[in-house]
Design a protein around this ligand. Structure first.
Ligand code: A2P
Length: 319
């Protein structure tokens, strides 16, 4: 438990197809996950809502035991769009409040009407010969003020940001009336993000790591090579053998033990169990340092790389 009642392990919903998603959510809740990490952009929020509804109906859990996060998409940064975007997410999830609403990226794109395309994704007009992103110029402080209004209304119990760097975090803390409570970032042993995590802690912000297994999240997207998997690193493999745990459990335990919460995702029930069974063993200080020592600042999820290839738009945010 990190803030109030946010469970340290969340079940991530990115890349689960709408057809499989209701079942995956239901199974995850059955396995014992109580924290779900959703987003408009994942395109599966209706199915997430169905999974939650069925689990509650079958008595697996109560709404109040769940921690449901979702994220404001880039096209809804204008203050007049934030409320409508949150309401659409709530309608799809069949919920009347979120536990946490996050700004998905510090990237503001031109608004796309809900009935033109939902989710709107990255490019402004996919029918163009060379579709591109269309930045809207909405400043992040405007979006944050609208996020604060969502918290004031009670529709989002907590608010925060994703994919912010140290500079954006300092800036946000300077103007926020309601402070961000969570920062969600990519982090794993090949991208340890020590300074950013230390700064977030200094500001009393909980850090949630997405893609905590590193390359595993990106193989199917051709954004990583199998040889980049930290699960094959000899350091991790030898610790796992000594502790009689899997390599994934060792990497996830490292994430928990350094004080971050984690999003794990698997559509396989065995792995769902494996990824949440992290609290009956500990890594030594030497194990922790050896795993942290694997850092090579390898970022797999970088708009500065993928936007140019996929959306014909150069849009770096980290450098
Ligand atoms: P699968 O769903 O087939 O189990 P993301 O972090 O983007 O959600 O993706 C996690 C990736 O890691 C998925 O491809 C998932 O595959 C894989 N994965 C999840 N848990 C484990 C595990 N315990 N061991 C190895 N791979 C895993």
């Amino acid at each position: 438990m990190l803030i109030d009642d946010m469970p340290a392990i969340g079940f991530g919903l990115w890349k689960i197809s709408p057809d499989d998603c209701a079942k995956a959510v239901y199974e995850a809740l059955k396995v014992g996950y109580r924290h779900l990490d959703s987003a408009c952009d994942y395109g599966n929020e209706k199915a997430v809502g169905e999974g939650i509804k069925k689990a509650i109906k079958d008595g697996l859990c109560e709404r109040e035991e769940l921690w449901v996060t979702s994220k404001l998409w880039n096209t809804y940064h204008g203050q007049e769009h934030v409320g409508a975007a949150l309401q659409r997410t709530l309608d799809d999830l069949q919920l009347d409040y979120l536990d946490l609403y996050l700004i998905h990226f510090p990237i503001a794109l031109e608004f796309v009407e809900f009935d033109v395309r939902y989710p709107p994704e990255w490019v402004f007009d996919p029918r163009q010969d060379t579709p591109t992103m269309k930045p809207s110029g909405v400043p992040l402080h405007e979006t944050w003020a609208a996020m604060e209004a969502m918290q004031d209304s009670g529709l989002a119990k907590h608010i925060g940001v994703c994919n912010y760097n140290t500079g954006l975090l300092h800036d946000l803390m300077a103007y926020a009336k309601r402070k961000p409570e969570v920062l969600q970032i990519e982090s794993h042993p090949y991208l340890t993000q020590e300074k950013l995590i230390r700064l977030a802690k200094q500001y009393n912000i909980v850090v949630t790591a997405f893609s905590p297994l590193g390359a595993a999240s990106y193989l199917q997207l051709d954004m990583a090579a199998a040889k980049e998997s930290v699960l094959n690193s000899s350091v991790v493999v030898s610790i796992a053998a000594r502790l009689n745990r899997t390599a994934a459990q060792v990497v996830l335990r490292w994430g928990i033990q350094r004080g971050t919460s984690l999003l794990t995702k698997s559509t396989g029930i065995d792995r769902m169990h494996e990824n949440i069974s992290l609290f009956d063993f500990e890594l030594t200080e030497d194990d922790m340092s050896a795993i942290s020592g694997l850092n090579i600042n390898r970022r797999f999820n970088d708009p500065g790389d993928f936007c140019e290839g996929a959306f014909n738009t150069f849009y770096p945010i980290y450098n």
